[in-house]
Design a protein around this ligand. Sequence first.
Ligand code: NDP
Length: 295
Amino acid sequence: MDIDCIYAKSTCPTIRQWWSKDTVAVVTGANKGIGYALVKRLAELGLTVVLTARDINKGKAAVESLKEVGLHVVFCWLDISDPSSIDSFASWLQQTYGGLDILVNNAAVSFNEIGANSVVHADTVIQTNFYGSKGLIEALLPIFRQSATASRILNISSQLGLLNKLQNQAWKEVLMDEQRLSEEKIEQMVLQFLSQVKNGTWQEGGWPKLWTDYSVSKLALNAYSRLLAERHKSRNLRVNCFCPGFTRTSMTRGQGCHTAEEVADVAAMFLLLPSNELPTGKFFKCSSSKPRSKI
Ligand code: NDP
């Protein structure tokens, strides 16, 4: 996946509106943080937005707070680490809207403090960030609408999961071999990491050094995104990854270089690029400190 695209709000192009109220966008993990800010931005721009959350009360409270500022979004419960929740969400979406146009896989967990590196929760991190997002994509793929304006999947990822963070040469070669990359190989990599966590040898595994379990989950998500992008080119489904950069949310215990709202502005602009300008299989980085765009 190319990783050379850096957007800053000041350099983002003004987007010609191609969407309407009938354009349906789903955002996961949207009761707070970047997901919430992105739902708000998309609603302001006039799409039909489905705010999903694993905690029903938090999700409903988020919808209410948007109502207070005049924005109407729809809530549906979705825990991406629970296959039955994914199934019922997919059925609800199909029954309610007949399908979707945009999916933002934003939900994720990390249990590390800044500067710490524990893998105690590696199973949960991998199950949520990689398998959860993958499971949701698989369940929704059949109901993505096909249209000339292109349907879109944006996986909110992290530069911590870029290939240059991986020192394990064997896995690097597997991930870089685009012709032979497969879901099975990506899952083998993840399973090897988890088995090394269990037997206590992960530190010699050549895995990313920072927030290792989280980084491996995003490494796998990036690779899976590249695979999907290639596979669904012909049906006009664009699949990209987006790294928000260090952002002040719960995940970073409020630390960061920019706000969730700033990130959401940039993510929305990228997500809603006209189809003739929107690539597929790319990794985009949001950075307000580097005002340049290579797109
Ligand atoms: P937050 O912790 O603020 O938000 C994460 C959201 O994901 C919460 O709504 C949380 O719900 C939800 N979530 C967690 N597990 C599940 C699940 N199983 N099912 C459904 N929802 C779930 O984090 P951010 O807003 O910072 O993170 C958003 C995305 O951005 C993530 O993908 C993250 O990896 C990525 N990112 C963030 C960076 C940053 O600096 N903040 C940097 C790089 C990437 P609940 O409230 O119930 O816990």
